[in-house]
Design a protein. Structure first.
Lengths: 71, 350
């Protein structure tokens, strides 16, 4: 869910609400703290803290998530 | 006949019964992740419980990293492990320590710290791809833009950086430069103390060895704010094949600011109750031991002693650290950096 939400934000940042970001962040803390989980927490944190100024930064974390999730 | 053990596993005991550190076993159910402000302090450590996620810390421990990854928040790389060893060991090996969930921290835990493999080049805060960042600033300060990205340097090495020559043209693609990430506590040194003993139970797992140019360990720092001198006593764990040595002894005025900068030991804060940063104008680095990681695939207690600086009302900082090669950060291969595991670090005075 969090991954899809971040991807959706990357496609159109206005399509995602801050409540959805907060809920997704809380949900990630129920997961085990593995590398992929921490990548998504990072992406959500950057969205909350930096917003659209940090699209490349978020994209980098998503790519890292995809790399670790597929390894 | 096969004998099957019925016990849960092997429990690690405390390192000492006279520890000057607080929350040395990472209880209180806090779990900082990814980023927070350097030197971030809770209003009350004693009641700082159940804090998990970004922009958090451990009760009594202060975060320091010069690697900015979320605006003015800087990189945290840690996981927490069960202090019980699992049953996958052998007669001579303890077994692994399982990764714990985020919300599992009322019991003692093992801390594992590791690197980033990225300079986070798109961060909008301080830029990390800047080897001489902070040049010209020494002493205590609050402006995060002046934090040195380089926290340790090597001795001269063929084809690489030579101590004392960091400048605007220095590349981060360099195997003789490191960024270092710390978990810090400030400790009062009793006036009567003439010896400091510090250590921990440490491990580098066989399946998560430090990369060749990464190292980790514990350092104690004492500062003189009149001369902006920092005296550091440390031990480190490294790859067995590590082909470098660190700058040690009394360092030159050009090398000093790039060695062992970190949080202040004075307790001074900025306007937001975060501890100030300290970059030494003069550094004295005493390497007490350089340990080979292959000798620590199982938890071993290590301890070292040193003589503190003379005086009264003295303070020192105790720091768990992970030093990551600038080359690895710049190259950003995405490999595992290796992880340094610590249980119940301690300080004693006598």
């Amino acid at each position: 869910m969090s991954y899809e939400l971040v991807k959706k934000w990357l496609d159109d940042s206005t399509s995602v609400t801050s409540e959805e970001i907060n809920e997704a962040s809380d949900a990630m803390l129920q997961q085990m703290p593995t590398g992929p989980t921490i990548c998504l927490i990072a992406a959500l944190s950057i969205i909350k803290n930096s917003g659209v100024d940090a699209v490349k930064n978020v994209r980098e974390r998503v790519q890292k998530y995809e790399q670790e999730n597929n390894s | 006949m096969t004998v099957i053990s019925a016990v849960r596993g092997r429990l690690m005991a405390e390192s000492t019964f006279s520890n000057e550190l607080d929350n040395s076993e990472y209880r209180m159910n806090n779990y900082p992740v990814w980023t927070t402000f350097n030197g971030s302090q809770p209003n009350n450590d004693n009641t700082y419980i159940n804090n998990t996620g970004t922009w958090k810390t451990f009760a009594y421990w202060r975060h320091y990293s010069p690697l900015y990854n979320d605006g003015y928040g800087s990189y945290i790389g840690n996981q927490l492990l069960d202090r019980y060893a699992r049953h996958n060991g052998t007669e001579t090996q303890r077994g692994d320590h399982a990764l714990l969930p985020f919300l599992s921290g009322s019991e003692p835990r093992v801390l594992k710290i590791y690197g980033a493999e990225s300079l986070f080049s798109y961060n909008w805060g301080p830029q990390n791809n800047n080897a001489d960042r902070g040049n010209g600033t020494t002493g205590e300060f609050t402006n995060q833009n002046n934090t040195r990205i380089i926290g340790n340097t090597g001795t001269s090495q063929s084809g690489n950086y030579i101590t004392g020559a960091i400048g605007t043209g220095t590349s981060m693609y360099n195997t003789s430069l490191w960024s270092r990430y710390d978990w810090t506590q400030i400790v009062d040194i009793p006036d009567s103390a003439t010896t400091v003993k510090f250590g921990a139970q440490i491990k580098v797992s066989a399946d998560d060895k430090l990369k060749t140019y990464n190292f980790a360990g514990i350092y104690c720092a004492e500062d003189n704010y009149t001369t902006n001198t920092r005296v550091v006593n440390y031990f480190r764990v490294k790859a067995n094949s590590a082909p470098y040595s660190l700058a040690t002894g009394t360092l030159s005025s050009s090398a000093s600011p790039y060695n062992w900068s970190g949080l202040t030991t004075s307790g001074a804060t900025d306007g937001s109750n975060n501890l100030k940063i300290f970059t030494p104008a003069s550094t004295v680095a005493n390497e007490l031991a350089s340990l080979n990681q292959n000798d620590y695939e199982e938890f071993e207690k290590v301890e070292y002693t040193f003589t503190p600086q003379s005086g009264t009302n003295r303070k020192m900082s105790f720091n768990l650290f992970f030093a990551e090669s600038a080359f690895y950060l710049a190259y950003a291969a995405g490999n595992n950096t290796g992880g340094f595991q610590v249980f119940d670090p301690f300080v004693e005075f006598s």
